[in-house]
Design a protein around this ligand. Structure first.
Ligand SMILES: Cc1cc2nc3c(=O)[nH]c(=O)nc-3n(C[C@H](O)[C@H](O)[C@H](O)COP(=O)(O)O)c2cc1C
Length: 175
């Protein structure tokens, strides 16, 4: 089974994770980029108004026999809006997929994520891994939104450990 990684990242965390996952699977890696300037304000409006921002063309030829690993942030409890656009474009020819995120997690689990994915892609993922920055920080005092929002995933050992979790889970499912 061919594995393709398709990722979107605003501040670099999910890009760092996606780069590492793609390297581990020796997979083709497509990076989604939104057209035009992106601001936190525009992101919040996208999410509230259910917008799908324009993205640059997706270069991969995705076929239904491929396994696509989508990697990207969670915003306001949902999949980041540029990936919505990507789902719209790909869902007719998408086979199995997984969604992987390194999100903030300061307010606890993103409980609406599974439902959001199913609604937007039209089927459930084979794996949904919502990894949290809050779990990477000291538990006391409890990490705040400010702490998780300013965290940048650059530590090689941390990236490796998160990647191992993802790779192990995906390999177990597809073996
Ligand atoms: C506008 C906005 C909304 C966010 N909402 C959530 C959320 O609902 N749940 C969560 O766990 N993290 C949330 N986050 C945190 C991001 O998911 C987290 O910082 C992520 O690592 C950013 O990924 P990136 O660096 O790949 O863009 C939010 C971040 C932003 C900017």
């Amino acid at each position: 089974m061919r594995i393709i990684v398709i990722s979107y990242s605003f501040t670099g965390n999910n890009e760092a994770l996606a780069n590492s996952i793609a390297a581990e699977f020796a997979a083709e890696h497509i990076k989604i980029t939104a057209i035009g300037p992106r601001t936190t304000g525009a992101i919040i409006l996208d999410m509230i108004l259910n917008r799908t921002p324009q993205i640059n063309p997706i270069t991969a030829q995705v076929e239904d026999k491929d396994l696509v690993l989508f990697v990207g942030p969670v915003w306001l409890g949902q999949v980041a809006s540029p990936l919505r656009t990507c789902f719209k474009e790909l869902k007719a020819r998408l086979g199995q997929y997984a969604f992987i995120s390194i999100s903030g997690g300061a307010l606890g689990p993103n409980s609406k994520l599974a439902g959001d994915l199913k609604k937007r892609v039209g089927k459930e993922p084979i794996a949904l891994l919502d990894l949290h920055i809050a779990d990477l920080l000291p538990p006391d005092p409890k990490p705040t939104l400010k702490d998780t929002g300013s965290y940048r995933l650059t530590d090689k050992d941390v990236i490796k450990s998160l990647t191992d979790t993802v790779v192990k889970t995906v390999r177990k499912i597809i073996s």
